[in-house]
Design a protein around this ligand. Structure first.
Ligand SMILES: [Zn+2]
Length: 105
């Protein structure tokens, strides 16, 4: 089932009022066990001109999760911060770092 918060678009309006108040970046964490984090990121991007962050939950193995996080972050050029939320552990962050290094090589 889709997250009604995303369907109704509050994220589209949520970040805009934060502009000019010293907020440096906004981001997406847990939502619907991570299924809709890509949509959430793009919704935020509509109302926020600054840097974005993505820290979705992890309910799968580290390599697969890292691949999905990097693909999602790569779909939004202003997403300059990545991490993990619920379920994310050291193995997931290591997998993320490994894949970033591989992309940079
Ligand atoms: Zn969480």
């Amino acid at each position: 089932m889709a997250n009604p918060a995303l369907q109704d678009g509050p994220l589209d309006r949520l970040a805009g009022p934060l502009a000019g108040r010293g907020v440096e970046w906004v981001g997406v964490g847990c939502a619907d066990r991570g299924v809709e984090f890509v949509r959430g990121l793009h919704h935020l991007a509509r109302s926020w001109d600054g840097p974005l962050a993505l820290a979705p939950p992890c309910f799968e193995d580290g390599a697969r999760w890292a691949e999905r996080v990097l693909a999602a972050a790569g779909s939004e050029p202003r997403c300059t911060r990545i991490g993990g939320c619920c379920g994310t552990g050291p193995a997931h962050i290591f997998a993320l770092a490994r894949q970033v290094r591989a992309e940079d090589a």
